[in-house]
Design a protein around this ligand. Structure first.
Ligand code: SF4
Length: 297
């Protein structure tokens, strides 16, 4: 059975070890045409409709933002039977937040069993952890190779979910004379965890896995958001980014309000690109993009 996951901070290995198939919701078939009520983020709106297209799949929502909570409520109230709301702690500096995350991973396990999954043994989970580690290592290599070109104005793309239907943004950047040297959207580089450190003797695999996700989630909903800024700062400098493209879904206040702070923290110009729908950006964005890149030459 497929389990659609709407956040990078829900351990895929845990789902697979239960004998179920995790799938990033970014890659699910989304309906780009449905009308959205005013004030609804296009991504959260698309997530709220996922169960209609895939009624037999499990869907894991998170409490990352109010919009996503509402998508989980809307799914439940419109008959979606397999939704689960994972409480992602907004804080990350306290042991209470870590405990909450551990408890949510355990609760997710019970939910997966309710979908027909089985309780994984230690070796089964370790196998899935190793498999994910290998996949992430592969992704890291691709991302590093992707940033080795030296043509075009180097720019960082920072923000929320960037769906396959929106990947033409990369072409638009290139056509305007830029190149993306850091993709800090979802499910881009920001969503790729670093390698799991060696486990302490006697440590349970599920605890090590939960701690790793908890310690390396880099997102805008965290308070304080210093982890996001530290992660970005290191990479913006290393890649020589000359500007930031802030990818913010319309009605996503969480990302939009970062524009001024990003400008100030990194002393770089920021262009806000609004994603109105789950389709691609329009001509207005292209023109603004062209002018922005021209100004950074
Ligand atoms: S883009 Fe913003 S509003 Fe939409 S789901 Fe993500 S954090 Fe929430």
């Amino acid at each position: 059975m497929e389990v659609l996951v709407t956040s990078p901070w829900v351990p895929r290995e845990w789902i697979r070890a239960h004998g179920l198939e995790p799938r990033g919701a970014w890659f699910a078939q989304l309906d780009p045409s449905g009308a959205l009520p005013e004030g609804v983020c296009a991504f959260a709106g698309a997530m709220a409709r996922l169960h209609q297209a895939q009624p037999h799949a499990g869907i894991v929502f998170t409490t990352a933002c109010d919009q996503m909570r509402r998508a989980a409520d809307a799914t439940a109230s419109s008959g979606g039977k397999h939704a689960f709301l994972f409480s992602l702690p907004a804080t990350w500096q306290t042991s209470a937040a870590r405990k909450l995350y551990h408890a949510e991973v355990a609760r997710l396990g019970k939910y997966l069993e309710s979908l027909g999954g089985h309780t994984p043994g230690e070796e089964e989970l370790m196998r899935e952890i190793r498999r994910s580690e290998a996949q992430r290592a592969h992704r890291r290599r691709i991302l590093e190779a992707g940033s080795s070109s030296d043509r075009g104005v180097p720019l960082a793309l920072v923000g929320g979910p960037l769906l396959p239907s929106q990947w033409s943004l990369f072409d638009a950047v290139e056509a305007a004379g830029g190149r993306v040297v850091l993709n800090a959207t979802e499910p881009g580089e920001r969503s790729v965890l670093p390698p799991l450190p060696p486990m302490a003797p006697g440590q349970e695999a599920v605890i090590a896995l939960a701690d790793h996700y908890f310690d390396h989630a880099v997102d805008v909903f965290h308070r304080p958001n210093t982890r996001l800024y530290a992660w970005l700062g290191e990479r913006l400098q290393a890649r020589g980014a000359r500007g930031i493209l802030l990818w913010a879904h319309l009605a996503c206040d969480l990302w939009r309000v970062e524009a001024a702070s990003l400008r100030e923290a990194f002393d770089l110009p920021v262009l806000v690109l609004e994603a109105h729908r789950v389709g691609t950006g329009g001509l207005r964005d292209r023109q603004r993009l062209g002018a922005f890149i021209e100004s950074r030459r």
